[in-house]
Design a protein around this ligand. Structure first.
Ligand code: G6P
Length: 626
């Protein structure tokens, strides 16, 4: 949902901004732009703005000649990569936006809900707007407070930002530069994420950590309503009332290579292949003395007492994380025998949910910044539920606002389509479920140990699937033109089917749906014809036969069929055109494995269809607007 960056330092700002923006392209790629305070004193252009429709590479091409001629000079600047909300993707709607005289420039991630009202107010004062965006009102509003004779903030850009934000309704992470303040960059956040990177004689802002990793790993996570002013040699932080505060910096362990493609054609493929390590690291970080331990910051007695008292588990998330929650329901009910409900965050928050202090509310979010997930978390908290977060991002808003945080150690996930975050979220849900089961006496020590051993073996098994990926690649090369694809499965496999179908939709744009296999006959089978491919996920031996019946039903209606299965007896050979084998695991841990061939299938279909799997159309990785 748009990425913003900013730089203040000794280097030329433009190359740094472009470089950082590339790391945020997963947040949007409808248009890109930069603005730099011109360090050439007698130039007509006090702030140089360059922007254009399309991905960052088009912006780079646009400014290439100027960069070669050293014609964009300046050490303070801001940049933006856009996922369009208000106004179509176009050069004019691209950020940065400026005031009329071009002396103040801003970049924005979020949505200004009252922009129409503000726009009318400014237009009545004679302001002429250039774009259709909500963001442009902020630039003109700032100008108003900065230049108005009777304004208390006249000539003071910091105060002008404070005044302008009082008028804004909605969400924003803003980067602001002003020609009269050529030594600084101002930023402020409400709802939308924003971090400050702390370097040596240089400081940065960004919507997300990977944007600054090449320069620093020390970051400040701005809290709700906070502001910061960045200079070359220091950063001042302020709370929402404008009072100076001291903020603790975090050291981020992610290294740069984890945010680079490392020889893979796409981030998506690289991240699929990183799953064995991510699964291993996520589990290893939580194992101590033969048992599970959740975090140094979690008080085990408090945690266990919450587990004892839990009457119900409520899991809430969006997108892929929601599908992880769907699998989580099965794991909690199986291992801990606690009634578990799963809800899409955007639905949960609007239906006056029934929750109390004995409910354990689990939010799952890779980014830890998804707007609907955060709103659901806050609602659950207000009702007294205990909150456990499963997230990949240290310091994210979700992690800061939850009672307990369990981290997936997947490393930065750059591709828009989530892969390694999903399987590591599953790992965390399994870990939690068996911990709940053990503490509540639903599973004994022996079984607990056995499940832990099985969990430890998952990473190697995931590697085996990846080592044998040619079969799935071949199958994708034959099926990528199918008109309709259906995933079917039962129990855990039905939940995993939803995620498998989502992957395919996201990156291949093929029409794909997932059904609980038993539901096929109740309607969906009417869609099946010879242009249909049905992919069954079959990992529960006791249900193989039932699934085979479903496969035969669709096959006899002309569908091509594939199965992803842990069967090693050949039971599916007759009913399926292709059989993708995955290793067996115990205790229903198969979900972490059976999704991997589906991810690969989605990836190879996408590539075969000429798409860019890392940047699927219309999607953004982090949905920080509602
Ligand atoms: C977007 C992304 C999905 C992701 C979902 C939830 O839709 O494209 O890949 O699953 O948001 O994101 P979160 O960061 O909360 O897991």
């Amino acid at each position: 949902m748009c990425g913003i960056v900013g730089y203040v330092g000794e280097k030329e700002a433009t190359p740094v901004l472009i470089n950082s923006l590339k790391k945020l392209e997963y947040r949007g790629y409808d248009s890109a732009g930069i603005a730099v305070i011109n360090s050439v004193a007698d130039s007509d252009e006090s702030i140089i703005v360059r922007k254009c429709k399309g991905a960052i590479k088009f912006l780079e091409e646009k400014i290439e000649n100027e960069l070669v001629r050293n014609a964009i000079n300046g050490n303070v600047g801001i940049g933006h990569t856009r996922w369009a909300t208000h106004g179509e993707p176009s050069d004019l709607n691209a950020h940065p936006h400026t005031n009329v005289s071009g002396t103040i420039a801003i970049v924005h991630n979020g949505i200004i809900e009252n922009y129409a009202e503000l726009k009318a107010w400014l237009q009545a004062k004679g302001v002429v707007f250039k774009s259709q965006t909500d963001t442009e009102v902020i630039a003109h509003l700032l100008n108003y407070f900065y230049t108005q004779e009777d304004s208390p903030s006249k000539g003071d850009i910091f105060k002008s930002v404070q005044c302008a934000r009082q008028k804004l309704v909605g969400s924003y992470a803003l980067g602001v530069i002003c020609k009269d303040y050529p030594d600084r960059l101002i930023c402020v956040r409400k709802e939308s994420p924003l971090i400050v990177g702390l370097g040596q004689n240089e400081n940065f802002i960004a919507s997300d950590v990977p944007a600054v990793l090449e320069y620093t790993r020390d970051v400040l996570f701005l809290e709700q309503d906070e502001m910061a002013v960045l200079y070359c040699d220091h950063v001042d932080s302020y709370n929402g009332d404008g009072e100076k505060i001291i903020r603790k910096s975090f050291h981020v362990d992610w290294d740069l290579s984890s945010a680079e493609k490392g020889g893979y054609a796409h981030f998506m493929l690289k991240e699929i292949f990183e799953q064995p390590k991510a699964l291993h690291d996520t589990l290893a970080a939580h194992i101590k003395d033969g048992g599970l331990t959740f975090s140094q910051e979690i008080n085990p007695e408090e945690f266990n007492s919450m587990i004892h008292n839990a009457k119900r588990i409520v899991i809430t998330a969006c997108g892929t994380a929601y599908h992880a929650g769907m699998v989580g329901k099965y794991t909690f009910e199986k291992f801990a025998r606690i009634p578990t409900v799963v809800d899409v965050a955007s639905e949960f928050r609007y239906r006056d949910p029934i929750l109390d202090k004995n409910d354990v509310f689990i939010v799952v979010s890779q980014s830890g910044e998804t707007a609907d997930t955060l709103a659901a978390l806050r609602l659950a908290k207000s009702k007294g539920a205990k909150i456990i977060a499963i997230t990949n991002c240290v310091g994210s808003t979700v992690s800061r606002e939850s009672d307990y945080v369990i981290y997936t150690l997947a490393g930065p996930e750059i591709a828009v389509a989530s892969t390694k975050a999903y399987t590591t979220q599953l790992m965390c849900l399994y870990m939690l479920a068996i911990q709940f089961g053990f503490i509540r006496g639903e599973i004994d020590k022996d079984e607990y140990r056995k499940v832990l051993d099985a969990l430890q073996a998952v990473s190697k098994k995931a590697q085996t699937i990846l080592d044998n990926q040619t079969e799935i690649q071949k199958f994708a090369s034959m099926q990528f033109n199918k008109e309709k694809i259906f995933y079917i499965g039962r129990q855990f496999d039905s939940a995993n089917s939803l995620e498998s179908a989502l992957k395919l939709k996201e990156v291949s744009y093929m029409h794909c749906e997932a059904f609980a296999a038993g539901e096929l006959k109740h309607g969906p089978i009417a869609l099946v014809d010879k242009n249909t491919l049905v992919i069954a996920i079959a990992t529960e031996e006791a249900l193989y036969e039932k699934l085979i019946s479903n496969i035969i039903e669709v096959k006899s209606r002309g569908a091509a069929t594939m199965v992803i299965t842990n069967d090693d007896t050949g039971i599916f050979n007759e009913s399926c055109d292709s059989v993708i084998s995955i290793p067996k695991t115990d205790f229903y841990l198969e979900s972490m494995l059976s999704v991997i061939p589906a991810q690969l299938f989605a990836y190879y279909c996408s590539v075969s269809r000429g798409n860019d799997p890392d940047k699927p159309r219309n999607l953004a990785k982090s949905v920080t607007v509602e």
